[in-house]
Write a protein that binds this ligand. Structure first.
Ligand code: FMN
Length: 379
């Protein structure tokens, strides 16, 4: 499984893990792959703590950070709006719909002492350039090997700062045109992410997207993403011309993952038909588990979703209320609503094992596949 990407990133196997959980980052890097910490929901302070912890844990082995700076969001054309201005744009009808949903499902309010989180607080609005700048400052103060951006080309200062420090830059692409634009902007590694993927995703399946992007950006290395969680899928990705894989969903049911327990149980029981793309969490289409939450937003009484970042600002507190109430599994309404981003690979995530085992299983199944394919030549 040695590809040029192994050389560029300094890893044994070209298996990259996108995860919000620092333990998964460290486990995958220590297993010979490459962990990338998703930092979009971190405060700069939390990110600093997590990156220090990972640096100590991996003892010189490589890891990266992923930050979302979307190309387009409400207010982006005017150089960004303040959190207060954005909050004032959220229609009362949407607030009423959400509060009514919380009532109907019996989800209690947060205790007053709990304060507000990043998404709904008085800090920078979520998923905007102004939120990303302090995160970038922290990321660049740690020994990261790769910084990745989603939902558009990385901003010029991300690329310039990374390259000054010898850090590679990656970007997610859901279409050939995205990949070509990223390369023109100076991106070093393209992540071709197909429709099957968890999180924000486009309309083209991984099987079609990967070879299309590989051919369009050659010799820039491409990682395949979307629907990859087993050695067979790794082998298929390399056959399509990718130099490695970038997996997100498969870590969510690992022992290390901090996935909400009610959601983890749902993931373990879900089939590959149980996800959909919905704007109900972020305002842009993102694949997630179907639940009462996504059904409500698609129902006849729904006012429709708001654009990014208004939708995450609107739902921030409600979604924390749901998570809190669903914690011990007794609040049936909250458990019905609970969901999270996950891809179609959820149908193959049927047991909770360690992230290290996931990597080991991928490698051993990959070796078996290659033997099987080789044996076809002898027939
Ligand atoms: C829970 C979750 C959150 C995600 N958040 C981000 C993110 O913040 N930034 C990003 O670049 N990609 C994000 N993604 C997409 C992943 O980086 C990755 O491309 C995707 O998970 C690959 O497809 P898979 O889910 O089939 O493995 C997320 C995916 C999941 C499952």
């Amino acid at each position: 499984m040695k590809t040029n990407v192994c050389e560029i990133l300094g890893v044994d196997v070209p298996i990259l893990a996108f995860t919000h959980c620092r333990d998964v980052v460290a486990a995958v890097t220590k297993a010979g792959g490459f962990g990338v910490l998703g930092a979009a929901g971190h405060t700069p302070e939390q990110l600093d703590v997590d990156l220090k912890w990972i640096t100590d844990e991996v003892a010189g082995k490589p890891f990266g950070v992923d930050i979302i700076v979307p190309a387009k969001y409400e207010g982006s054309d005017e150089g960004g709006k303040s959190a207060a201005d954005l909050r004032a744009m959220i229609p009362q009808g949407h607030r009423d719909f959400l509060e009514n949903m919380m009532d109907r499902y019996g989800v209690p309010e947060m205790p007053k002492s709990d304060g507000l989180n990043v998404m709904g607080g008085d800090g920078e609005p979520p998923m905007t350039y102004s939120q990303a700048v302090p995160l970038m400052d922290v990321a660049f103060s740690h020994p990261i090997k790769l910084i990745v951006n989603a939902l558009g080309p990385p901003p010029p200062d991300m690329i310039a700062r990374a390259h000054e420090q010898g850090i590679l830059v990656g970007a997610l692409a859901g279409k050939k045109s995205h990949a070509v634009r990223h390369v023109a902007a100076g991106v070093d590694i393209i992540i071709a992410q197909g429709h099957e993927a968890g999180g924000h995703t486009g309309e083209i399946g991984t099987m079609v997207l990967v070879p299309e992007i590989v051919d369009a950006v050659h010799p820039i290395p491409v990682l395949a993403a979307g629907g990859i969680g087993t050695g067979r899928q790794v082998a298929a990705s390399l056959a399509l011309g990718a130099q490695g894989v970038w997996c997100g969903s498969v870590w969510l049911t690992t022992l290390e993952a901090e996935t909400h327990p009610a959601v983890k149980d749902k993931f373990l029981a879900a089939t590959s038909s149980d996800t959909l793309r919905s704007r109900s969490r972020t305002g842009k289409p993102a694949r997630q588990l179907r639940s009462a939450w996504t059904d409500e937003w698609e129902g006849a009484d729904s006012p429709g979703t708001l654009p990014m970042p208004l939708q995450p600002m609107l739902i921030s507190e409600a979604s924390r209320r749901v998570d809190r109430a669903a914690l011990n599994g007794e609040n049936v309404g909250a458990v019905k609503l609970s969901n999270y981003f996950v891809g179609q690979i959820v149908g193959q995530m049927n047991e909770s094992i360690s992230a290290t085992r996931v990597v080991e299983n991928m490698i051993s199944e990959y070796v078996d596949v290659m033997d099987r394919l080789e044996s076809l030549n002898d027939q």
